[in-house]
Design a protein. Structure first.
Length: 137
C-alpha cells in the first residue's frame, strides 16, 4: 500500500517534565494519522458507526522508540497497511522529525480490529470500505 502521512506539531501538553514528548503521545499521533488515512478514503469514524454499525479499536501495539521529539518540533506520522484480514488491519507506522535528516523517532505496528459498534464483537470490514483499501502483497 502507498504510504499515507500526516503532519503533527508538538505542543506544550504533549511533553513531559523532561521537555520531551511523553511516550504515550506517540500513540495519539499514530491514531490521528490512521483517522486521517480513513478520512482520505472518504470515511468518517462517526458515519461508520451510524451507517455501517462498525468501529475500529486497537487490538495490539508494538513500538520502538529511537529519539525524542521536543516542544515545537514538526513531525510527519505515516501509516501503511502491512496485513489485511477479514475483520482487521495491521499498520506499520513511523513518526519522523521534519528535519534535514528526516530523523526516525518512533516506529511500530498497530493492529486494529473492526467491531460491531453495539456488541463490541469482531465484524467484517464493510464492503464499501474494503473496496477502497488497497490490497497488501
Amino acid at each position: 500500500m502507498k504510504e499515507f502521512s500526516w503532519p503533527v506539531r508538538v505542543y506544550w501538553e504533549d511533553t513531559d517534565a523532561g521537555g520531551v514528548v511523553f511516550y504515550a503521545n506517540y500513540l495519539k499521533f499514530m491514531e490521528r494519522a490512521r483517522t486521517e488515512w480513513l478520512r482520505s478514503l472518504g470515511f468518517e469514524q462517526d458515519t461508520l458507526i451510524e451507517q455501517e454499525g462498525v468501529l475500529f479499536a486497537v487490538r495490539h501495539v508494538e513500538l520502538d522508540f529511537k529519539h525524542p521529539a521536543r516542544l515545537d518540533d514538526v513531525l510527519r506520522v505515516s501509516a501503511s497497511i502491512i496485513k489485511r484480514g477479514k475483520a482487521s488491519l495491521t499498520f506499520y507506522q513511523e513518526v519522523r522529525k521534519e528535519d534535514p535528516g528526516n530523523t526516525l523517532l518512533c516506529s511500530g505496528r498497530v493492529k486494529v480490529a473492526c467491531l460491531d459498534s453495539d456488541r463490541f464483537r469482531p465484524h467484517s470490514i464493510p464492503e464499501r470500505l474494503s473496496a477502497e483499501i488497497p490490497h497488501v502483497d
